[in-house]
Design a binder for this molecule. Structure first.
Ligand code: SF4
Length: 356
C-alpha cells in the first residue's frame, strides 16, 4: 500500500529549498528568446532566464528545463464537497481536498495564507510526500466521491494535479480545480481530459481591484469563458470585501458578465471575514449581499447563493429557478435535506444542472 509520509524530524531548511528538491520537468512551457523559457501555467506568462523562478515561487528554470512541483502536498482533508463552495457537484458527498505551497496572486485576505503566501512571507512549512495512488486510496477509504485541488492556486502545480486527477478519474471520482482563474487556454486544455469542475474565484469587477491582488481581471473572465467552452462544469465565487469590491452596481456588472457567458453558472456571493492582512476590515452586511443576490436573480442568473452571512442561511439552499421549490437545503456548507428527483425538480421537472 502506498504511504503518505511527512518529513517531520528533518533538519529545518528554508521551505524554498525543500520544495525545489521535489520537482520534475514541466510540460506547460515553451522556448523563448535567448534560451529563456515561457511558463504557460498561468496568465502571468513568466519568461524565465536560467536560474530564475516565476512569480508563484514554485516553478523555475534550471539548466534548460522548467522544474515544477511534484510528489507532495502541503495539506489535505476529507470534508463535504460544499466546503469548497461547490454546490452542484455530487451534493452532500465527501471530497478529499489537497493543496500545495505558493500562489500566483497575493490577496491580503487569503484564507490559506500560511500555504499560499508561505514563500513570500518566508514561513516554515512541511511538505507531506505522497503519491497519486496514496491520495486516491485515502479518498476511497474515506468514502469520498470527489477530489479537489484547492487551498493555494492549483494551476501553478498543473502537471502534478493532472497526474493525481488521472488516478482519481480512473477510480470513479469526480475532480475539481478550485482556482483564482488567472489561467491560460493551454493549462485549461491540458487539465480538461481528467477534470470535471472549474470552481473560480472572481475577485473583483475592475482592473484596479485586481491590481491590488497581483493579477488582472481580463484573464479570469477569459478563463471562465474558455472553461465553459471546453465543457468544464463551472461555479463562480465572489468574496465581497468592504473597501475592495462592495459596490452594488459594480457587483451587478459582474453578474451581467457571468449571465452573458451562461445564466446557469452558479454565482456564490460570500461574505469576507477578517483574516491575514485585513484583520480590522469588517464583514459586509448580510442584507447587502442579499440585495446583490436578489438583483442578480431578478435579472436572470438562475442560481445565486449567499455564504458566511448570519441570518441568511436560506440563501445557501438550491431552489428550482422555475417553480422556486427548495431542492437542496444546506446548513453551514453541509447538505441537510435533498429532494432532487430524476436529476431535477420533483415539482415541475426542471433539470438541475451540474454533476449530480
Ligand atoms: S505558474 Fe504563473 S507565476 Fe508561476 S512561473 Fe508559471 S506563469 Fe509564472
Amino acid at each position: 500500500m502506498a504511504v503518505t509520509r511527512s518529513i517531520v524530524g528533518a533538519s529545518p531548511r528554508p521551505l524554498q529549498l525543500v520544495l525545489d528538491e521535489r520537482t520534475v520537468p514541466g510540460v506547460l512551457v515553451k522556448p523563448a528568446a535567448g534560451g529563456q523559457l515561457t511558463c504557460l501555467a498561468c496568465a502571468h506568462g513568466c519568461v524565465l532566464a536560467e536560474g530564475k523562478r516565476g512569480i508563484c515561487g514554485v516553478r523555475r528554470h534550471e539548466r534548460g528545463e522548467l522544474r515544477v512541483p511534484w510528489g507532495y502536498v502541503a495539506k489535505k482533508y476529507v470534508r463535504p464537497v460544499e466546503t469548497n463552495t461547490i454546490f452542484h457537484v455530487r451534493p452532500g458527498a465527501n471530497a478529499l481536498t489537497f493543496g500545495l505551497f505558493g500562489c500566483d496572486l497575493r490577496c491580503p485576505y487569503c484564507h490559506n495564507a500560511a500555504l499560499s503566501q508561505a514563500l513570500r512571507d518566508d514561513l516554515e512549512g512541511q511538505p507531506l510526500d505522497t503519491t497519486a495512488e496514496a491520495l486516491v486510496e485515502e479518498a476511497l477509504g474515506a468514502g469520498a466521491r470527489v477530489v479537489c485541488a484547492a487551498y493555494n492556486e492549483p494551476m501553478i502545480s498543473a502537471e502534478w494535479v493532472e497526474h493525481i486527477f488521472g488516478f482519481a478519474r480512473g477510480a470513479g471520482l469526480a475532480t475539481a480545480l478550485i482556482s483564482d482563474g488567472n489561467s491560460t487556454p493551454e493549462a485549461l486544455a491540458y487539465l480538461k481530459p481528467v477534470t470535471d469542475v472549474f470552481r473560480v474565484d472572481l475577485k473583483g469587477y475592475a482592473q484596479e481591484q485586481y491590481r491590488k491582488l497581483g493579477g488582472r481581471l481580463a484573464p479570469v473572465l477569459d478563463s471562465i469563458r474558455e472553461a465553459k467552452r471546453l465543457g468544464y462544469w463551472v461555479e463562480v465565487v465572489t468574496l465581497v470585501v468592504p473597501g475592495l469590491n462592495d459596490d452594488e452596481r459594480g457587483l451587478g456588472t459582474l453578474g451581467d458578465e457571468l449571465r452573458r457567458i451562461d445564466p446557469e453558472i452558479p454565482w456564490h456571493l460570500n461574505a469576507f471575514v477578517p483574516r491575514y492582512r485585513l484583520q480590522t476590515t469588517p464583514s459586509p452586511s448580510p442584507h447587502f449581499l442579499a440585495s446583490v443576490a436578489g438583483s442578480a436573480y431578478a435579472r436572470g442568473t438562475r442560481y445565486v447563493y449567499v455564504g458566511n452571512a448570519p441570518g441568511m442561511a436560506a440563501l445557501a439552499h438550491t431552489r428550482c429557478p422555475d417553480c422556486q421549490r427548495v431542492l437542496i437545503e444546506r446548513e453551514d456548507y453541509r447538505v441537510t435535506v435533498t429532494s432532487v428527483a430524476g436529476g431535477g425538480c420533483p415539482n415541475c421537472g426542471t433539470t438541475l444542472p451540474g454533476l449530480l
